[in-house]
Design a protein around this ligand. Structure first.
Ligand code: C5P
Length: 218
């Protein structure tokens, strides 16, 4: 690509969002939170009572998603849904509809549109494998399920949601299985991806590592 792309893929709550966002800020690049697009589609489906197995209706919602990314805020039509899309129910629904090829297809061109000068940092499950296969740098970011549950617990409590560790662990395991075993665009390391296990790392350390890798390949 003439415009550089850094992809950061990994499981739910691995910290990839925080790391990707900070790397983008540091480099002055655009940032794509692709999971947010699946969450927006899920929220939209829940709001409009669209059946979660109605592929056609869901793809239509995804195609015409009236979403806007304004700085750190995410809007759906006239509503700031930055917090609403982080609810566990929305995440679980997102992971279900993300298994549908029609939905993935509908969101693909939207995602390609984020690649703009001076560069893009994209995080998700299939950024390096499917959406930006020729990315400048590909990172596969993981953390133990316990470390991820801890982080998610903290996030939820800070945002004013209630949460239980036991349920979070169960949900994470289920979602990992669904994201990794689905037929279309399963979560797996892209060819040539750098591995980063952040279980015992701070976000700053992870950001530093990604920036070092990028400096070496750019
Ligand atoms: O990353 P996040 O938890 O916000 O993503 C929500 C759900 O969207 C994930 O569980 C996953 O199933 C789906 N997703 C995906 N492909 C992406 C990003 C997210 O399938 N590139």
């Amino acid at each position: 690509y003439t415009i550089p792309v850094i992809t950061i893929d990994g499981p739910t709550a691995s910290g990839k969002g925080t790391v990707a966002h900070r790397v983008a800020l540091h480099l002055g690049f655009h940032y794509l939170d692709s999971g947010a697009l699946y969450r927006l589609t899920a929220l939209s489906a829940l709001r409009h009572n669209v059946a979660l197995n109605d592929e056609h209706a869901l793809a239509k919602l995804a195609e015409k998603l009236p979403c806007k990314f304004l700085g750190d805020e995410i809007w759906l039509a006239n509503e700031n849904v930055s917090n609403a899309i982080r609810a566990e129910e929305v995440g679980n629904t997102a992971s279900k509809i993300a298994a549908l090829p029609t939905v993935r297809h509908a969101l693909a061109s939207l995602q390609h549109g984020f690649r703009a000068a001076p560069g893009l940092v994209a995080d998700g499950r299939d950024m390096g494998t499917v959406i930006f296969p020729r990315a400048t740098l590909k990172v596969f970011l993981t953390a133990s399920v316990e470390a991820r549950a801890q982080r998610r617990y903290k996030q939820l409590i800070e945002k004013g949601f209630s949460a239980s560790m036991e349920n979070l662990l169960k949900d994470l395991r289920e979602r990992d299985a669904r994201d990794s075993n689905r037929a279309v665009a399963p979560l797996k390391p892209a060819e040539g991806a750098h591995f980063l296990d952040t279980s015992d790392m701070t976000a700053d350390q992870a950001v530093e590592q990604v920036l070092q890798w990028y400096a070496a390949v750019k």
